[in-house]
Write a protein that binds this ligand. Structure first.
Ligand SMILES: CC(C)c1ccc(C(=O)O)c(O)c1O
Ligand SMILES: [Fe+2]
Length: 304
């Protein structure tokens, strides 16, 4: 069975690199790491070398979602599973691996979520302390994919990639753990007409991070589009807001953690507003809908 470390990387296309770098540093609270040879901006929010990469592009959306493997012994079995599933997984050349402080990495276009997915092994001796800034971010939390093939995607990520379903809210969204990572979900699969980014989540430390974010976002005239509220599924307190390109970002804290073995059964929760937010906040229609279609593999391999 394939074992993962976590959801650890996300690469986003943004329409104004300097504007987004300022936003993700000053408003979201990510730490700038470096600018890459293609001009891409690397940022971090935990002990990894980086967690977020911003690329200049004509339209904003998801470029790559990356999952760390638990150890080297997972690499070849995963590669074989992807091959057996008919997917063209490409190994990342050593130069890009070195820039990304990875031992090895595969990138594959996963057609059911319609996105480029990276599976990677971090290099040893690359973890360094993350010193939080405006928000006490603990880690990159989850990525949710919009897809018109949600049922097929859930089956593939569960049965082939060995992610574990934690809960579903109607047929709107299903949450999966990056097993055996304990957090309620590292990915969500949401039903939508397009293959695009639904949102990216950052896990923060406490209610003050949400309260301070509200004031900071309002002062920066950055739209708050849902919450503050509490998600009954993962028990998280949450807040959604839009980045300068209209991509939906989420802060949350208090997420349910699962044991590796003897975990509770997944629940099929009712599709009703109170099962998305127990506090009853209104959701702005711009929430979850602002991303362009996900980048294709060729674009994601540029510079590789
Ligand atoms: C409204 C979205 C899809 C949602 C719902 C529930 C949770 C949770 O239980 O943590 C989320 O993180 C969400 O993004
Ligand atoms: Fe979320």
């Amino acid at each position: 069975m394939i074992r993962y470390q976590k959801f650890g990387r996300v690469e986003l296309n943004v329409t104004d690199l300097a504007r987004s770098r300022r936003y993700y540093e000053d408003i979201v609270g990510l730490q700038f790491v470096e600018q890459g040879p293609e001009g891409e901006v690397l940022l971090r929010c935990d002990h990894d070398h980086h967690n977020v990469v911003l690329h200049a592009a004509a339209s904003a959306g998801l470029r790559v979602a990356g999952f760390g493997l638990e150890d080297e012994s997972q690499f070849e079995p995963l590669r074989e599973r992807l091959r057996a599933a008919g997917l063209d997984a490409r190994e990342i050349p050593p130069a890009l691996c070195a820039r990304h402080r990875q031992q090895r990495a595969l990138r594959v276009f996963e057609p059911r979520v319609g996105a480029v997915i990276e599976f990677y092994l971090p290099l040893a001796d690359t973890a360094r302390p993350f010193r939080p800034g405006v928000a006490r971010i603990q880690r990159l939390g989850h990525v949710v994919f919009n897809t018109p093939r949600a049922a097929e995607a859930i089956a593939f990520w569960r049965d082939v990639l060995n992610f574990r379903v934690s809960d579903a809210v109607g047929e709107m969204v299903t949450f999966l753990r990056v097993w055996p990572n304990p957090w309620h979900h590292g990915i969500g699969i949401a039903s939508a007409p397009e293959y695009s980014l639904h949102h990216v989540n950052y896990m923060v430390s406490e209610i003050d991070d949400i309260g301070r974010a509200l004031a900071r976002l309002r002062k920066a005239q950055s739209p708050v589009v849902f919450g503050p509220g509490r998600h009954p599924a993962s028990e998280s307190v949450f807040l959604y807001f839009l980045d300068p390109d209209g991509l939906t970002m989420e802060y949350s804290f208090g997420m349910e953690a699962f044991p590796e073995r003897f975990a509770r059964e997944p629940r099929q929760l009712p599709l009703a507003p109170e099962w998305l937010d127990a506090w009853g906040s209104e959701r702005d229609p711009r929430c979850f809908t602002g991303a362009a279609p996900n980048a294709p593999l060729e674009a994601a391999m540029e510079g590789a």
